[in-house]
Design a protein around this ligand. Sequence first.
Ligand SMILES: Nc1ncnc2c1ncn2[C@@H]1O[C@H](COP(=O)(O)OP(=O)(O)OP(=O)(O)O)[C@@H](O)[C@H]1O
Ligand SMILES: [Mg+2]
Length: 475
Amino acid sequence: MGQKNSQKKKNNNNNIKDEKLKRTSFEFLNIIGRGGFGKVWKVYSRKYCAQFAMKEMSKAKIIDKKSEKSVKYERDLLAIMHHPFIINMHFCFQDNDFLYIGMDLLTGGDLRYHLIKRRKFNEEETKFFIGCIILTLEYLHVNNIIHRDLKPENLVLNSNGYVKLTDFGIAKIYQKENHKETSGTPGYMAPEVMCFQNHTHAVDYFALGVIGYEFMMGTRPYLGKNRKEIKEKIMARQAKVKTEQIPKGWSIESADFINKLLQRKPNNRLGLSGSKEIKEHIWLKNFNWKDLYLGKIKAPFIPKQGGENYDFKYCNAGDKIGIKTEERYYQIKNSSKYIEAFRDFYYFNRYSYSDNEDENKRKIIIKNPHKIYEEEEKNIQRYENNLDNENNNNNIKKMILRNKSIDNDYFNKLKNNNLFKKEFENEKNYLILRRGASAKSTNILLKEYRKNKSLNSSLQSRRGNSTNISMVQKK
Ligand SMILES: Nc1ncnc2c1ncn2[C@@H]1O[C@H](COP(=O)(O)OP(=O)(O)OP(=O)(O)O)[C@@H](O)[C@H]1O
Ligand SMILES: [Mg+2]
């Protein structure tokens, strides 16, 4: 009986409601970021043997700023979104003073931190960052979500230098009548938002233009001490990177791209009709979106490894709260709405910790236009596995005869594969045909291949990384 009960208890541990997380479930290691309502901590969980980023937000401050709805909205959006370039939320809980959001810990630092240190980025780095942001925005916009607070501090790097978008505090599902919603950060805010007009996803592309300009020029296109001053600057003139201003090492196409995003009138702005026209801009013509999504491109900027990529002084500066504010917080804490306001602010993603994560079990209710890349990759993998299976010679033959084009895909994949590249960097005259297979099956492939392609028949077998590599010499 006792055993049964403990078994039942164990099973229930998987239940979201029973996952009683509290502050003491974590070791709070150090502060790695600061936000509008509190701090972001690096924490360690003994139970899950993992580190997380934990956003800690003061409930009194949220209520004081009348932001209860937007904080819940952020939680709701993070719970349904799932994309490699969007921060992954694992859990939410609360105590008397704070709300907590547990997320993937990104150790590369945010782009504001790096921009302050570096002042500017180069064209290659900027293109890579912008590429990541475009895929992220594409995902959001396909799902009718506008982020509305795109800026360097909300773009955090992982250790590989890939950008992830955080801070969905003012993101919203698009509604036609939204002219009253004017939250955001003035320097990145589109003119239509500043002027209380209805706005669309094009506001995110305006912010992307500001970011591109800032990375290139080291300063924002419209400067001012406050919202009013910035608005006046925007109203006065159309910002533009002039040809003579383009920094050394940057192309004319990059300036054209930024200028088109910065258009004050949304109807003239690149991206108004969707991400397709952005991706087709000449500056991004040869961008390999699939490899970017799959994380196969080596980022041009790799953040410091192991070290702390954040401004220690800024993150640890104490909050100065005046007596009046303190009194207001005291009253809020004693009001009846204090407990009610966040009653349901709990969340636990039970698939975060599962070894055999079955993504389909997640509550995916939104579309991912990039899933197709994952599917294609799986198909190529399957094909490759088949090739490597020596008992499968006939199938290989059939496959090639049935679908000749897959051959090219397979070749290109191998040619682009980092491991192979490293091994055969100097072997430009060879096409790598296949690996890990017997001479017999290689010959079948070769024969089929020779029928269609102009290749020399010389075949080499090489040992590389403990696998047999077969290569065909180019003519
Ligand atoms: N998952 C994470 N891993 C590492 N650092 C993070 C993570 N999430 C946020 N940060 C850092 O903490 C900072 C504040 O986080 P975030 O932007 O989510 O807070 P916020 O309260 O919404 O800020 P805002 O004042 O813009 O509303 C970020 O700028 C970033 O530097
Ligand atoms: Mg932020």
